[in-house]
Design a protein around this ligand. Structure first.
Ligand SMILES: Cc1cc2nc3c(=O)[nH]c(=O)nc-3n(C[C@H](O)[C@H](O)[C@H](O)COP(=O)(O)OP(=O)(O)OC[C@H]3O[C@@H](n4cnc5c(N)ncnc54)[C@H](O)[C@@H]3O)c2cc1C
Length: 427
C-alpha cells in the first residue's frame, strides 16, 4: 500500500511534518500537488484568487520541490483538477491507503479539506492532517483557542513566559520509491496569464522554491548580518535590504517559520543577540497570532463588520474611488507610489500596506474587503490570515485595541520617505 503526501502551501522537503509523518509509515510515498482551477477563479469581489506574480512564484516553487524530491529518489506528481477528484484518481491509480497533508486555517481551505476527506472516506482512505506552517503548534500554547486574547500584546506576554519552538523535523534521506513521471508543469499562459516581465524597480527578484528561500535566509543572516539592524531598517521602502523579505517563501511554505527561528538562534549564538534579532521573532509572532485569530474566528475576518458583534454602519464599495486607489491615481502621491509598486511587482512594504489600507478605509471611505481581495490577487506573499486579519485591523473591525486609528499619509511620507526617493521611483 502506498501513501500520498498532498502538498499545498508547504512546498518544501526540509521541516515538512506531513512528509515526515508519511515516511514513518515505511510505505512507498507519492508526492502530489493538485493545480486546481479554484486557485485561479474570480472571487465575488471580482478579483482572481491568484494573480500572475504568485502564479509564477508557485510554478517555480513546484519545479524546485520536484528537484529536491528527485534528490531523494522520488519526484513531484502534478495533476490539474479539483483536489477531491485528483486525489481519488491518484489514490486508485497507485493503490494508496492514506493521505498525509498539512492542516489549514482558512475557511475555504478547511471546506476543501472536508470535501476531500468525505470523498476519500468512501474509498476507505484516511486523510491525516498535521500542523506544518506555524511557529508554534496549537497544542504548544498553554491555552485553548477560545482563550487566546484578542489583543496581541496580552497574547505576547502570555506566550513569552513559556516559549519553546519545536525542533525542525529530521531531514528525509530518501523516499521509498514508486517511479514518478517527469515533471510536467503548465506554462503561465495555460493558466490564463500573460507573460510577466520583471520590473527593475522591484525590491527583489523573487524566485519561488525552497532553495531560493534558504539562500535568502543565508543572505539576510550570515552573509550580510542585516538582521542585526532589522529594527532600525524595517520601515524602509526601497531595495531588498530594509527587511527580511521572507514572506513570499513563508506563505508558500517553501521555508518554515521554525527553520527561520532556529537559524536565527544559531546566528545569535555566533554573533550575539540584540533588539533587532528579537524584533524579527516579534514579527513572526504577529504572523502566528493572526493564524490563531483566524482559527478562533473562522468566518468573521471575511465579514464587513469583522469581529464586531453589532452591526456598524460601514462604508459601501465605491467602484470609481476604488479603481483610482487600485491604479495609484488618488490625490495622494505616497499612496499612489505604493499602489503602483504593488501593481507592477506583486510586493509592497509593510509601511506601505498599512498606509494604503488605512487610506482606502478611512480617507476614501470604501469597503475594506475589496482592498483585501485585491491584495489576495496581487500579493506574491499572500497568506490568508496575515492578509485578512491585517486588513480587518486597519479597517477598525479586527484586533486593534485602539479605536479609530488612522494613518496620516503626508506625515508618514515625511517620516519614511523624507527625500522622496520612493515616490520618485514609482511615479
Ligand atoms: C493590509 C496588510 C496586508 C498584509 N498582507 C499580508 C499577506 O498577505 N501575507 C504576509 O505574509 N504578510 C502580510 N502582511 C504583513 C506584512 O506587511 C508582510 O509580512 C511584510 O511586509 C513582508 O515583508 P518581509 O518578509 O520583509 O517582512 P519582515 O519585516 O522582514 O518580517 C518578517 C516576517 O514576519 C511576518 N510579519 C511581519 N509583519 C507582519 C504582520 N503585520 N502580520 C503578519 N505577519 C507579519 C512575515 O511573515 C514576515 O515575512 C500584511 C500587512 C498589512 C498591513
Amino acid at each position: 500500500m502506498a501513501v500520498i503526501v498532498w502538498f499545498k502551501n508547504d512546498l518544501r522537503v526540509r521541516d515538512n511534518a506531513a512528509l515526515f509523518e508519511a515516511i514513518q509509515c515505511h510505505e512507498p510515498v507519492i508526492p502530489l500537488y493538485c493545480l486546481s482551477p479554484d486557485q485561479f477563479e474570480l472571487t465575488s469581489f471580482g478579483f482572481r484568487k491568484t494573480g500572475v506574480f504568485r502564479a509564477k512564484f508557485l510554478l517555480e516553487s513546484l519545479e524546485d520541490l520536484d528537484t529536491q524530491l528527485r534528490g531523494l529518489g522520488s519526484g513531484l506528481l502534478v495533476r490539474q483538477g479539483l483536489p477531491a477528484e485528483v486525489l481519488e484518481e491518484v489514490a486508485k491509480e497507485y493503490g494508496a491507503a492514506k493521505v498525509y497533508t498539512s492542516s489549514e486555517i482558512g475557511f475555504e481551505e478547511i471546506e476543501q479539506m472536508t470535501l476531500v476527506s468525505e470523498r476519500l472516506k468512501v474509498l476507505n482512505i484516511e486523510v491525516i492532517t498535521t500542523e506544518n506552517n506555524a511557529l508554534l503548534n496549537l497544542e504548544d500554547y498553554a491555552l485553548p483557542i477560545h482563550q487566546v486574547p484578542d489583543v496581541f500584546t496580552d497574547f505576547r506576554h502570555l506566550v513569552e513566559k513559556n516559549w519553546a519552538v519545536r525542533a525542525e523535523c529530521p531531514m528525509p534521506e530518501q523516499l521509498l520509491g514508486i517511479e514518478i513521471p517527469e515533471l510536467a508543469l503548465p506554462e503561465l499562459s495555460d493558466l490564463g496569464f500573460d507573460k510577466v516581465e520583471s520590473d527593475k524597480r522591484s525590491v527583489l527578484e523573487f524566485r519561488g522554491g525552497a532553495s531560493e528561500g534558504l539562500k535568502r535566509i543565508t543572505y539576510y543572516f550570515e552573509e550580510t548580518k542585516l538582521v542585526s539592524s532589522y529594527k532600525l531598517t524595517r520601515n524602509g521602502m526601497v531595495g531588498g535590504d530594509y527587511s527580511s523579505k521572507f514572506s513570499a517563501w513563508l506563505a508558500m511554505g517553501c521555508i518554515s517559520a521554525r527553520t527561520i527561528y532556529h537559524e536565527l538562534i544559531a546566528y545569535e549564538r555566533k554573533h550575539g543577540s540584540n533588539e533587532s534579532t528579537y524584533w524579527l521573532v516579534f514579527e513572526l509572532l504577529w504572523r502566528a497570532y493572526f493564524q490563531l485569530m483566524m482559527r478562533k474566528y473562522p468566518r468573521q475576518f471575511f465579514l464587513k463588520k469583522g469581529l464586531n458583534r453589532f452591526l456598524m454602519s460601514l462604508p459601501a464599495h465605491n467602484k470609481k474611488v476604488f479603481e483610482n486607489w487600485m491604479n495609484g491615481e488618488t490625490d495622494n502621491a505616497f499612496i499612489n507610489a505604493n499602489m503602483r509598486e504593488l501593481k507592477h511587482t506583486g510586493f509592497m512594504s509593510n509601511r506601505g500596506r498599512q498606509n494604503v489600507a488605512s487610506f482606502l478605509c478611512h480617507h476614501l471611505e470604501s469597503d475594506w474587503r475589496y482592498g483585501a481581495a485585491y491584495f489576495e490577487e496581487m500579493l506574491i506573499d499572500y497568506d490568508v490570515s496575515s492578509n485578512w486579519c491585517n486588513w480587518a485591523y486597519l479597517a477598525g473591525v479586527g484586533n486593534d485595541p485602539i479605536k479609530n486609528r488612522v494613518f496620516n499619509p503626508d506625515k508618514q511620507a515625511k517620516q519614511y520617505d523624507g527625500e522622496g526617493e520612493f515616490r520618485k521611483r514609482w511615479l
